[in-house]
Design a protein around this ligand. Structure first.
Ligand SMILES: C[S@@+](CC[C@H](N)C(=O)[O-])C[C@H]1O[C@@H](n2cnc3c(N)ncnc32)[C@H](O)[C@@H]1O
Length: 213
């Protein structure tokens, strides 16, 4: 792990975010599952579980000081990995999934809970832009959102999010990650989409990117 104050990007490469109007493939425009099961409509409230490798990958490159807010915790897939590594985590979700506090709409929050300086989550895909903008507005010092790599695309999103708030770092998973659709009893085939952690950290302007092994 790397200390926040002396963050050192391994083999990082600076990138400029440019406005390239890439067309989304139809299947992505209709709804991205990340589970390999595209015949079904998306899960209500976008409940897709992260495998442990998602949070483990983040912890291998980012260091957190102070408690962490997981505002869309689902049944605790990310929170549990963070807690196992000794972090204090405030876990919440819109839906009570038997972990953390249920019935909490992150987008209705007017401040970070318990003075958490950090936010880490895999947000509902349909609300990823809103989650990012709201987290930035609430003023967390360190924000990490897990999303598909294609989240970078789109002229409208560029205008409202990336151009105004370029992330400090983007950690691209070199191995595709399998997310588990929450209303299914076991993981589907998955592994069909590329994901990354998008990180905003106060005091780290500009965007760097690197790959997670
Ligand atoms: C993609 S799942 C991620 C679950 C968990 N973080 C994980 O990685 O396994 C997104 C979660 O966001 C929750 N959610 C959807 N809208 C929300 C909102 N407005 N506020 C808080 N949670 C919300 C859903 O109930 C769902 O559990």
């Amino acid at each position: 792990m790397t200390d926040v104050a002396t963050f050192d990007m391994p083999a990082a490469e600076s990138v400029s975010i440019i406005d390239v109007p890439l067309a989304l493939p139809r299947r992505l425009a209709q709804g991205m599952s990340g589970t390999g099961n595209r015949a079904k409509p998306r899960e209500k409230h976008d409940f897709y579980r992260s495998p442990p490798s998602v949070a483990q990958g983040l912890l291998s490159v980012e260091r957190f000081m102070g408690p962490i807010h997981e505002p869309a915790c689902g049944d605790g897939a990310i929170s549990q990995v963070l807690e196992d590594c000794g972090h204090t985590v405030v876990s919440e979700d819109l839906i009570d999934r038997g972990f953390g506090a249920g019935g909490v709409d992150f987008l209705a929050r007017t401040r970070a809970p318990g003075n958490c300086p950090n936010l880490v989550t895999n947000p509902p895909f349909a609300l990823a832009d809103e989650f990012a903008l709201h987290a930035l507005e609430l003023g967390y010092a360190h924000i990490c959102l897990f999303a598909r790599l294609a989240w970078l695309e789109g002229a409208a999103r560029h205008k409202k999010l990336w151009r105004k708030h370029p992330p400090s770092r983007i950690w691209v998973f070199s191995k595709r990650q399998t997310l588990w659709r929450g209303d299914e009893p076991s993981p589907g085939k998955g592994g069909t989409l590329a994901f990354a952690w998008f990180v905003w950290q106060r005091g780290f302007p500009g965007t760097q990117m690197a790959w997670l092994p």
